[in-house]
Design a protein around this ligand. Structure first.
Ligand SMILES: NC(=O)c1ccc[n+]([C@@H]2O[C@H](COP(=O)([O-])OP(=O)(O)OC[C@H]3O[C@@H](n4cnc5c(N)ncnc54)[C@H](O)[C@@H]3O)[C@@H](O)[C@H]2O)c1
Length: 444
């Protein structure tokens, strides 16, 4: 019996770990494992990232340079751009991107490339775990065949395979990575035991599920639930704007119910690498079975139309007088520096299409690239604020100078309820019902 087939009770030590993909997910995970006493090699094809890491400079906001420095100094974390050490590792964890293609279908190219590199170096007894968010079936149908083809080894017999979704929430200081229960799965019972043993050594709680497909679905379920609920709140906000009711106040009241209600909030649109993306992975896979989710379709459409809705609100108020805009916060949410799929970026593109001059300020994002053009974050001076026809609050970063924006701006579109409690004809708080529309009574 090989190590990969070992019976109950015999669980090989996770040993040396190789983490592939040192981004928002892989880098903090690598440092966490190193802190727990594992020897970790981190592989990333982006040589610039490796250079920064070697100098002890973290590019992930939630990981301080000091934490990275301590992991490097301990000799237990070694970043590299080469896969050469793959064979030395007992455990390999993949944290590579799973974005959408231009046609809004799963882009598996990063995963395929990384799995190929691992497959060509795979040796008997290794455990390979996928953490990237992806559609049900990816581990068994995409990863395993490449590993087997390139190595000539058999999954479940010669090597083990697991899937364990990453559930971090960037910018969330309340829940550290190790405090979030880790959902674990394996291709076979032994694969599951090894995968669970790996994470049980580092995470506070592990949650076993019966197959990689269930674990993959778990992650998509969580993110689809968020997309649908936030999109629902955005629809409710539009409705409340028309009806002259403050949705934010209604949410606070609804939250006081001790059961049966989970609060979600309106905003400028759902962004990030996961929540607007993962439901489309699920939808794509469902199509393969000749079915689809009407909820995902609707939520996706609502989300995609947010920039148009906000633009329309401003045009209704300012008409042809809307020529210049300032965006506060281009990150997709509070206190992070990630602009992937950010609603602010989509709004800027939309404004540029309309010929509107746009400047932005974000303390966490020094520069953005829009349609091959770089735009740098401007200083949020009083002059910048009061010269713009409209100031959009798109991310309510800690330290946002709300009072100054309220005093200096000529017109404000606040998508985050940041101006709550401050009144003024020049403030449009999305979902607060103060949109300035005339009320029509269809029953009259
Ligand atoms: N960012 C989040 O909040 C979050 C949360 C949960 C799950 N996830 C999922 O985790 C996965 C990774 O996301 P991320 O945010 O860390 O992405 P990221 O883009 O920040 O990091 C991925 C890293 O992988 C590297 N890479 C790409 N191809 C590679 C290859 N062939 N070999 C080695 N390295 C390679 C990239 O250079 C990059 O540094 C995705 O599937 C994502 O959906 C992300």
């Amino acid at each position: 019996m090989t190590q990969a087939q070992s019976g109950p009770g015999v669980i090989p030590d996770p040993g040396r770990i190789q983490i592939v993909g040192l981004g928002y997910v892989g880098l903090p995970l690598a440092v966490l494992f190193a802190e727990q006493g594992f020897f970790v090699t981190g592989v990333d094809v982006d040589k610039k990232k490796i250079e920064l890491l070697e100098k002890g400079r973290s590019y992930v906001k939630d990981l301080a340079d000091e934490e990275l420095g301590a992991a490097l100094a301990s000799g237990r974390f070694c970043p590299t751009a080469r896969y050469d050490d793959s064979a030395q590792a007992e455990t390999i964890i993949l944290c590579v991107p799973t974005p959408l293609s231009d046609r809004l279908t799963p882009d598996m190219s990063y995963l395929h490339a990384a799995v190929y590199e691992i497959g060509t170096r795979l040796r008997p007894g290794q455990l390979v775990v996928l953490e990237s968010s992806t559609y049900p079936g990816t581990t068994s149908e995409e990863m395993v065949p490449i590993l087997e083809r390139e190595s000539g080894l058999k999954a479940g017999l010669d090597f083990n395979v697991g899937y364990s979704p990453e559930r971090i929430d960037p910018g969330n200081t309340k829940y550290k990575v190790r405090d979030i229960p880790k959902v674990v799965s394996g291709l076979t019972p032994t694969c599951l035991r090894r995968t669970e043993a790996l994470y049980a050594r580092t995470f506070g709680q592990t949650v076993k599920v019966s197959s990689p497909e269930v674990a993959e679905m778990t992650k998509l379920l969580e993110n689809t639930y968020r997309l649908i609920n936030i999109s629902f709140m955005n629809e409710m906000a539009m409705l409340c704007d028309t009806m002259g009711i403050d949705l934010w106040e209604a949410i606070e009241a609804a939250k006081t119910k001790s059961f049966g209600y989970a609060a979600f909030y309106p905003g400028p649109g759902v962004g990030g690498h996961c929540i607007p993306v993962d439901p489309l992975y699920l939808q794509w896979k469902a199509c393969e079975f000749g079915t689809k989710s009407a909820f995902i379709e609707l939520a996706e459409k609502l989300n995609r139309n947010m920039a148009d809705y906000l633009l329309k609100r401003v045009q209704d108020r300012l008409g042809n007088g809307f020529r210049t805009a300032v965006i506060y916060g281009v990150a997709y949410k509070k206190d992070i520096g990630d602009v992937r799929e950010s609603a602010a970026i989509q709004l800027i593109e939309r404004l540029l299409d309309e010929g509107i001059h746009v400047a932005y300020h974000d303390p966490n994002v020094p520069v953005i690239r829009i349609r091959n053009r770089e735009i740098e974050s401007s200083e949020l001076s009083d002059e910048l604020l009061n010269k713009a026809d409209c100031v959009f609050i798109m991310a309510d970063h800690t330290g946002i100078p709300v009072q100054r924006i309220v005093s200096e701006a000529r017109f404000i579109v606040d998508t985050r309820n940041a101006t709550f409690g401050r009144n003024g004809e020049h403030i449009y708080r999305f979902g607060s019902g103060n949109v300035g529309l005339e009320r029509k009574n269809p029953h009259a």
